[in-house]
Design a protein around this ligand. Structure first.
Ligand SMILES: NC(=O)c1ccc[n+]([C@@H]2O[C@H](COP(=O)([O-])OP(=O)(O)OC[C@H]3O[C@@H](n4cnc5c(N)ncnc54)[C@H](OP(=O)(O)O)[C@@H]3O)[C@@H](O)[C@H]2O)c1
Length: 281
């Protein structure tokens, strides 16, 4: 019997994640899991897609909750046997919240960086051969968005590891709590640092997977989806959610050969280490 392929999208109840699920239901040959932290919002999103004749499967997944991650991992492992596409879309923008910068930084690094690291640590062991992993970064996740050249150098270090990167993210949170983030050269945005962390993590994950003895031929890439009309942008974004989903769907469907690359909304590769970014939409 042929094994059915499996795609998983985090934060699928609305925005870009919802459009990624929709696009995968239309184009991906396999089961598509719409996951969300809220059971009600997740089920409502599934109902909307069913009304369009599509057939996603809902499972609860809060990417910041270890129990929820492990429950989901166990469910997928025993019902499906593995994962072929993992799209780490869930994320937050807390820069404008009226809380101290140290709290903003802690919340943002936790929700945007550690969430992806923890979901990947749980699901990577059950990725099948030729799996595609797509991490939602941002134009804000370009290395040049970190103002200090010395600070940038930490991310360029060829000896950087995931552990060192996580320590770097923790150091950033501490620097915010101690009000030293500007003098240390991090810049003023927790969102930027969290997404630079996601970008760097994606490159390191690809390097690590390339070295595994099992040789599963897994692809990890990270995207800037565009400036998209969602709750996150207070609907100021100029692109539709379907347009914002395109780069992730392109990567998920394979046939691109890209590994550890920064992929723009138009599916073109951008140099993460380069001096500038192309327009964000
Ligand atoms: N919109 C843009 O222009 C833009 C540009 C660059 C990058 N991005 C990135 O694209 C991704 C999607 O953004 P969006 O604009 O679609 O944002 P959005 O409309 O605010 O949707 C974010 C999604 O993430 C979910 N989420 C947040 N924390 C979660 C958690 N702990 N567990 C599970 N789900 C969680 C939200 O669930 P709830 O409904 O429960 O809150 C929601 O489903 C984000 O990673 C964002 O940083 C967006």
């Amino acid at each position: 019997m042929e094994v059915k392929k499996v795609a998983v999208v985090t934060g699928g109840n609305k925005g870009i994640g919802f459009a990624i699920v929709k696009g995968l239901c239309e184009k991906f040959n396999g089961n598509v899991y719409l996951t969300a932290r809220s059971i009600t919002n997740g089920n409502n999103a599934v109902i909307k897609l069913k009304q369009l004749g599509l057939n996603p499967i809902f499972h609860q997944l809060d990417v910041c909750d270890e129990n929820s991650i492990n429950t989901f991992r166990d469910y997928i492992k025993y019902t499906e046997g593995g994962v072929d596409v993992l799209i780490n879309n869930a994320g937050i923008y807390a820069d404008k919240l009226e809380i101290p910068i140290g709290d903003q930084a802690e919340k943002t690094i936790n929700e945007n960086y550690y969430s992806i690291l923890n979901v990947c640590n749980a699901l990577f062991p059950i990725l099948r051969s030729n799996a595609q992993v797509i991490n939602l970064s941002s134009s804000a996740g370009h290395l040049a968005r970190i103002p200090s050249i010395n600070m940038q150098a930490k991310f360029r270090d060829p000896l950087l590891t995931v552990d060192k990167l996580s320590r770097c993210m923790n150091e950033y949170v501490e620097d915010c709590k101690n009000n030293r983030y500007i003098e240390k050269g991090w810049g003023s945005s927790p969102y930027v640092v969290s997404k630079v962390g996601v970008s760097a993590l994606s490159i390191l994950q690809q390097n690590e997977l390339d070295k595994e003895t099992e040789k599963r031929n897994i692809f990890v890439n990270f995207v800037h989806p565009g400036y998209v009309d969602t709750d996150m942008t207070n609907h100021q974004g100029v692109m539709t959610i379907e347009e914002g989903a395109q780069s992730s769907i392109y990567l998920a469907l394979g046939n691109h050969g890209l590994r550890g690359q920064y992929v723009w909304f138009n599916c073109k590769v951008v140099d993460w280490y380069g001096p500038t970014t192309p327009p964000k939409a």
